[in-house]
Design a binder for this molecule. Sequence first.
Ligand SMILES: Nc1ncnc2c1ncn2[C@@H]1O[C@H](COP(=O)(O)OP(=O)(O)O)[C@@H](O)[C@H]1O
Ligand SMILES: [Mg+2]
Length: 392
Amino acid sequence: MNVPILQMRGITKTFPGVKALQDVTLDVNRGEVHAICGENGAGKSTLMKVLSGVYAHNTFEGDILFENEPCDFASISDSEKRGIVIIHQELALSPYLSIAENIFLGNEMASRGWVDWRKTNLEAAKLLARVGLDENPVTPIQHISVGKQQLVEIAKALSKEVKLLILDEPTAALNDEDSDHLLDLILHLKGQGVTSIIISHKLNEIRKVADAVTIIRDGRSIETLRVDQGQITQERIIRGMVGRDLDSLYPEREPQIGEEVLRIEDWTVQHPQDHTRTVVHNASLNVRKGEVVGLAGLMGAGRTELAMSVFGRTYGRAVSGKVFKYGKEINTSTVPEAIRNGIAYATEDRKHYGLNLIEDIKRNISMAALPKLAKRGWVDKNKETTVANSYR
Ligand SMILES: Nc1ncnc2c1ncn2[C@@H]1O[C@H](COP(=O)(O)OP(=O)(O)O)[C@@H](O)[C@H]1O
Ligand SMILES: [Mg+2]
């Protein structure tokens, strides 16, 4: 039986110069997993922020009914009181606090001004068990992987007695194994009566968990497809997202393959701490001009370790092997040497290893090329701006 839990009607939300949402409709039934699908910038996150009170009710037009009652949330805490909990695209946990502290942050188990730590950790452990996370509640958040942090966010949502769980691209930063675990958990919670909205454009995930899919394009709701009506097909979702039929999912390419640019020979790397473990064994590969070469393998197979150790030995110890550029051996033993030889490395974990978050966008773009932008030790700011702008 399809009983509506959420109805959003005529939602219009404008930012200065941008109409992010225009007359959007969303109907979610109780107990279902409802996917929201759309290209980057379509308005998915904005719609969920409207729903969860991140944007107060007087900052948008339209009506929201939750469990048949009108909603006029002024803040997130208002929506949480009704059992609507949102987990944002960028996780919002405090790295230095423990798992338990994060779960009850803002919602502390306290009496007469004192936090009851025994109870906090005990209740946290129960919640962790519900999400299938085998970690000690006192472990600092920064010591667990992103996949596990995502589970902590869900445990936190459960502590608020969630009825409608909103997950904004929850698997974007997760590997396949962690993604699978998360999707299984969403299905498990569904079995316990939790309704979920999941934003995703990964079609295999949608097929795995969703009962319905609402497609958003350019700030408008295009249509809602339902599994029980046999409407969820890859072709239909893509057509809705991009607004036309695609002749081929992977367009024909005509690569122009040229001479060999890079060759790695007999590359061997040991684990930085555990000296008995060799993480990369005699790896060899070559890349020709115009090629995109994929490094395939399971988690832990050594792909990132290979890439990082080639890029200035930023991983591992006792690195051995040779790197050739256009047939000539080059030195990549430090990051400046690797950069000087034209090698760039875009990290898996951008926020930790790729970007300097307290610097501006300009400096982050120019950082690897500062010597070229400097004269006698001083950065030419005008030149830096011009260069950064052109790459932007
Ligand atoms: N706080 C904001 N201020 C101005 N524009 C915004 C803001 N948030 C989102 N937008 C704009 O609204 C549109 C929809 O954004 P968003 O909801 O984040 O898309 P999605 O989540 O589907 O990728 C985009 O054009 C985006 O640039
Ligand atoms: Mg988004």
